[in-house]
Ligand binder design. Structure first.
Ligand code: H2U
Length: 356
């Protein structure tokens, strides 16, 4: 299948800059995601069809600033009897219902290729962004968002000493399975590299070995615009979710803790801007799952990881309005991901804040 237009020269990777812009915005095609080594079917003509499918409930809007019964609030007692401190910025605690534990018996060895299991150890944390339940990142102050970024970096260092992968992620909105409206994210650290980063480790390494540059650093150069000196926010060429976006440092950065203060400030700025754009898109507190991917940690910390580039991913589920979501079912489950509007159309709508 079509590969990159590579000519083998590290400094002239692509024979025609922005050739992808010549893709028809009206006709179906498949696009390659080099990070995940998979294809997405793009069918922009489907945007014309009328919507007769499921309509979701509107987002919860009347969240009280403080609810003593909300286990994420300052001073609240969690179901296990632990009392939260009266925190004023961020607050991190051990998840009371963790998916990964630090210890446990390993599964039995098996020489049968059809029945393979391996030990899995780890720890899960919950991180509250702010003491108030009625705020979200885009409406928090720049300083408070900066504190969140600093805390993300700190956790990555702390858990990265022991674990090979530290997954920082935020589920926002009930539609994304978020169980609590209080602004928070989760951190799951594991003794193993989960599937998504394992594939990205392989693809980025292969690209580096072939072209001599980190894949996403080359991608930044191709897509770069000047608005933010340190960060690039874009709908990736290979996006699957309608308004999926990626946030990339313009400099080659391996992990979140490697960001300098200027880059953290610029990140707080761009996060507030992009999340405001999301909220304005369908005039709702925009739901999404987001997370950070950077070079592995733990025993992989001292390996050669220069093929990695730090990036954040935003996967919002909405398609047409605050209440019409994209379903990843049917063809997506059985064949491959499919999207309607093109990545370029989605980017234009986000840029101009036009509803579809
Ligand atoms: P969501 O980000 O998907 O809403 O998850 C919130 C997490 O908070 C969830 O993993 C944890 C849940 O286990 N939690 C606690 O650890 N203690 C509580 O008292 C409430 C929720």
């Amino acid at each position: 299948m079509a590969e990159f237009n590579a000519n083998g020269n590290n400094n002239k990777l692509f024979t025609e800059k922005n050739a992808h812009r010549r893709l028809s915005p009206d006709h179906q095609h498949i696009r390659f995601n080099p990070l995940k080594d998979e294809w997405v079917l793009v069918s922009p003509h489907r945007m014309k069809r009328p919507w007769k499918g499921q309509v979701e409930k509107p987002q919860e809007t009347d969240v009280p600033r403080f609810d003593p019964n909300n286990p994420l609030c300052p001073g609240a007692t969690r179901p296990n009897g632990k009392v939260n401190p009266d925190y004023e910025k961020t607050f991190v605690f051990d998840n009371d219902f963790p998916a990964l534990l630090e210890e446990g018996p390993p599964p039995p060895d098996s020489d049968n290729p059809l029945f393979q299991a391996a030990p899995a150890y780890g720890t899960c944390k919950v991180m509250c962004f702010h003491p108030w339940s009625d705020v979200t990142l885009p409406i928090m102050s720049h300083d408070d968002v900066h504190s969140v970024i600093d805390k993300w970096a700190e956790i990555n260092v702390e858990l990265g000493k022991k674990y090979d992968w530290v997954q920082i992620f935020e589920n926002k909105g009930a539609i994304m399975g978020c169980s609590n409206p209080h602004p928070h994210c989760q951190v799951w650290a594991s003794s193993f590299l989960p599937n998504e980063p394992a594939v990205k480790d392989r693809t980025q390494k292969a690209y580096y070995n072939k072209y001599g540059n980190p894949m996403l650093v080359d991608y930044v150069k191709q897509e770069c615009q000047k608005k933010n000196e340190h960060w690039l926010w874009l709908v990736p060429y290979w996006a699957v979710w309608p308004y999926e976006t990626m946030l990339l440092p313009k400099r080659h950065v391996l992990r979140i803790e490697d960001l300098n203060d200027e880059e953290r400030n610029a990140l707080a700025d761009i996060m507030k801007k992009l999340l405001t754009k999301y909220d304005n898109m369908f005039e709702t507190s925009f739901p999404y799952s987001m997370g950070w991917h950077g070079a592995p940690t733990g025993k992989r910390m001292n390996e050669d990881n220069k093929h990695w580039q730090l990036h954040a991913l935003y996967y919002p589920p909405l398609l047409r309005s605050a209440t019409v979501k994209k379903f990843m079912v049917g063809y997506e489950m059985l064949a491959q991901a499919q999207r309607d509007l093109t990545a370029e159309q989605a980017a234009e709508k986000l840029r101009l804040n036009i509803k579809s």
